[in-house]
Design a protein around this ligand. Structure first.
Ligand code: GDD
Length: 366
């Protein structure tokens, strides 16, 4: 049985990856930082059987800032595969916390590689580094039709992108210097009902659900023109795993070839909740109205603009398609539908629960 180590597992992608690896009969070891809440909502369904004798989903308390702790773990576990997903992955927050982002996203990658070498596992342990389309960042406006692939020039536009470029290069360097199996995976935005609310898609679908249920008045966004290749995180963890099943390490761009604006995603999400919108004004005055009630439901709030932005990139994932035989299964429409549906159900459940408690409590009132 293969052993995999996932650095952090309580987030969206990592929870899907853990599910996939368990389906494939891996023994999955995962790290959890010590925080004052357990925050395992996304993997609680995997933890249900944790008292069973032959458990395959093993929690370790671990923190990337604690070298002794992780060295001991890597020595004890002797993983066949390490998926390095630990990162401060929010682009906007990286402008607010550049040093923290640097430590998380670059230094930790270097540390893991060294820990693997110190445990004499460099010839047996495959290492996966989560990289990002943010490395390419800057669009070449002289060639707006250009498709980006693994060999395109890089020009990150945020502290997050800069830290990730170092992480990618240190993994490449360890591959060349020590013949380690290190693969980088350069991907676009990956979403799902488990996405954290401060990424734009989930912010939108949660707001749509709340607005539909009269729990929120309006949705405030900023750059509605930004284009992204959004796809389902489930598709993307499959590609992650495939990369480490290859004979040779390599870097891959993972994308679906389809881009949509934030504005498209907003419209599609409201349509999924049977609300039709009409636009008035453009630029920072842009507003969207419900065509039945003429209430303004979406507005631009410029205070959140990023100091530098990635507006648009076109991706060529031919290599992933031909080498890994990877193909996304979900379309952006299906993704959006699943997210809105799930958020509507969650908020409805909350409301029913609140109503239930309200009825119980009011029974005791005079
Ligand atoms: N978060 C957010 N919130 N973004 C908004 C909003 C808003 O209210 N309004 C507009 N946007 C725009 C952002 O300016 C950006 O252009 C786009 O929507 C997507 O923003 P995010 O969802 O925050 O994702 P991201 O593209 O910056 O980064 C994500 O994808 C990268 C891969 O391309 C993250 O998952 C990164 O970790 C990942 O590397």
């Amino acid at each position: 049985m293969k052993k995999a180590l996932i650095t952090w597992v309580t987030w969206q992608d990592w929870s899907y990856l853990a599910e996939l690896l368990l389906e494939k009969w891996y023994e999955v070891h995962w790290l959890k930082r010590r925080v004052s809440i357990f925050n395992t909502d996304r993997i609680d369904h995997l933890l249900q059987d944790r008292h069973e004798k032959d458990r395959k989903f093993i929690l370790h308390y671990g923190d990337m800032t604690d070298s002794l702790n992780i060295t001991t773990l890597i020595n004890d576990i002797k993983p066949d595969e390490i998926y390095n997903l630990a990162a401060q992955s929010h682009v906007h927050i990286s402008f607010l916390m550049p040093e923290y982002t640097w430590n998380n996203d670059w230094l930790w990658t270097l540390r893991i590689l060294e820990w693997v070498r110190n445990a004499w596992l460099e010839k047996t342990c495959k290492f996966y580094q989560a990289s990002t389309s943010e490395l390419f960042g800057w669009m070449d406006y002289n060639r707006p039709e250009a498709w980006y692939n693994e060999n395109s020039p890089m020009h990150p536009r945020s502290p997050y992108g800069c830290a990730k470029i170092y992480a990618m290069w240190i993994a490449r360097n360890y591959k060349e210097s020590y013949w380690m199996f290190c693969s980088n995976w350069i991907l676009f935005n990956h979403e799902s009902p488990r996405r954290w609310e401060n990424f734009v898609t989930r912010k939108i679908t949660m707001a749509v659900a709340r607005i539909k249920l009269w729990l929120q008045e309006k949705l405030y966004l900023w750059n509605l023109d930004a284009k992204r290749d959004w796809w389902h995180a489930k598709d993307y963890v499959e590609a992650m795993w495939l990369m480490l099943q290859q004979d040779k390490p390599d870097d891959f761009v993972i994308a679906t070839w389809v881009s949509n604006t934030v504005r498209d995603f907003v419209n599609r999400s409201f349509e999924e909740a049977w609300i039709k919108l009409e636009r008035k004004w453009t630029g920072i005055d842009e507003k969207w109205y419900d065509i039945e009630t003429w209430k303004c439901l979406v507005e631009v709030d410029p205070q959140y603009f990023r100091p530098a932005e990635v507006n648009y990139l076109l991706w060529d994932a031919t290599k992933a398609k031909t080498v890994l035989w990877w193909q996304p299964k979900y379309t952006v429409r299906e993704l959006c539908k699943e997210m809105v549906k799930s958020d509507l159900e969650n908020f409805k459940k909350d409301e029913i629960l609140k109503q239930h408690w309200y009825e119980i409590l009011t029974q005791y009132e005079d």
